[in-house]
Design a protein around this ligand. Structure first.
Ligand code: FE2
Length: 367
């Protein structure tokens, strides 16, 4: 099989500078009542006002501001209530990965009977009928192109995804002008996440010809453009945004790998930027996986000119990033190992992983 056995893509994707102004007009096919979920920076930069100002006559659209942290179960429960009260016909997420994941889970579970935590713990999710529109303001998670929402449970210090085929956005708006107001440190961390996602979906044991083609396109787009966009040159920002979108499409079908298996338990405890956590976990995981993926890495180097390990090390230097784990004392070691081993990302890793392997990797990450 070249294509995945179940192919899930956004129904429609529109792109181009200024395309965000088409959002509400396009969404009207789903109904007149909409909720736009966004972060604080969209208000500060005037973006929200600009989107609302061009709403067609008859549109009844309200906004909902998310405070900016990675979404918790409580954040989703709160937004689900808001969506029910609003009687909305559709939900739009205009923001970074946190905003998109929050809106995706809340729209997907709007009419569900149980608290969000029950679904994270494994309760069966029914198909959602609430159309989701996603317009990313960062080039990172690619959540606009996936059926996945990563949620944090602060009580259990657990970061774990929920997913359902019906969570796929019906409309995606890729407007690279939205990246202009993205802080540099966010461009850096998000871009590293997108790059690692492109790589892990490429080497995943579930990858196929279709997903590998998407991953390769993403790897090239991100490698060629991340540093320029970080440095304030937005000439090719659209290519970077396309790169994270393509990586999202790839991972939605191929899953990821051990870097993400480690990044979730570490991120939920140390609250480090997700992309930075991924970048720091990548070198030891590459060493671990090399017996299985060495030829694939060499192929990327020869054919695409991408030396994965060197590229990430260069970015860490050039974007002045440091490991959030260096010199830190590791805590909850047993729980971190358990969560890493039970992660769906780890299950997709090209090399089988044992508790002893995770022990060694953690020692490397925390040295
Ligand atoms: Fe990620």
């Amino acid at each position: 099989m070249i294509i995945p056995r179940e192919l899930l893509l956004p129904q429609q994707t529109i792109a181009g500078d200024g395309s965000i102004k088409r959002l509400i007009g396009e969404a009207m096919v789903f109904g007149v009542r909409g909720v736009v979920v966004h972060g604080r920076s969209l208000v500060a930069g005037g973006g929200l006002e600009a989107i609302m100002a061009v709403a067609p006559q008859g549109a009844e659209v309200v906004s909902y501001c998310h405070e900016g942290r990675e979404p918790t179960l409580q954040d989703v429960d709160r937004l689900r209530e808001f969506l029910v009260e609003s009687g909305c016909d559709w939900v739009a997420a205009v923001g970074g990965g946190s905003v998109v994941d929050l809106a995706k889970a809340a729209a997907g579970l709007r009419d569900a009977p149980l608290p969000t935590g029950d679904y994270q713990r494994g309760a069966k999710i029914a198909a959602s009928v609430v159309p989701l529109i996603a317009a990313p303001t960062t080039a990172g998670t690619g959540s606009e192109a996936t059926v996945v929402s990563v949620l944090t449970d602060p009580e259990r210090e657990l970061k774990q995804s929920i997913r359902h085929a019906s969570f796929m956005p019906r409309l995606v708006v890729l407007d690279a002008e939205l990246l202009h107001s993205c802080p540099r440190r966010t461009i850096a961390a998000s871009g590293l996440d997108a790059f690692v996602q492109a790589l892990e979906s490429y080497t995943s044991r579930h990858a196929n010809g279709f997903t590998r083609a998407l991953s390769e396109l993403a790897l090239v787009a991100i490698t060629e453009n991340l540093l320029a966009v970080y440095s304030g040159d937005f000439t090719n920002a659209e290519a970077l945004l396309e790169g994270s979108y393509l990586a999202g499409l790839a991972l939605s079908h191929a899953r990821l790998g051990l870097v993400h298996g480690l990044a979730h338990p570490l991120g939920s405890r140390w609250h480090a930027a997700h992309g930075l956590t991924c970048a720091v976990c990548l070198p030891p995981v590459l060493d671990f996986n090399r017996p299985v993926i060495g030829a694939a890495l060499e192929d990327l180097r020869l054919r695409l000119g991408i030396d994965v390990e060197r590229q990430v090390a260069d970015w860490m230097d050039e974007m002045k990033l440091e490991s959030p784990f260096a010199g830190e004392a590791i805590r909850d070691r047993e729980a971190i190992i358990r969560e890493t081993l039970t992660s769906g990302s780890t299950a997709a890793n090209p090399r089988a992983v044992t508790a002893e392997d995770v022990e060694v990797l953690l020692d490397n990450i925390f040295c």
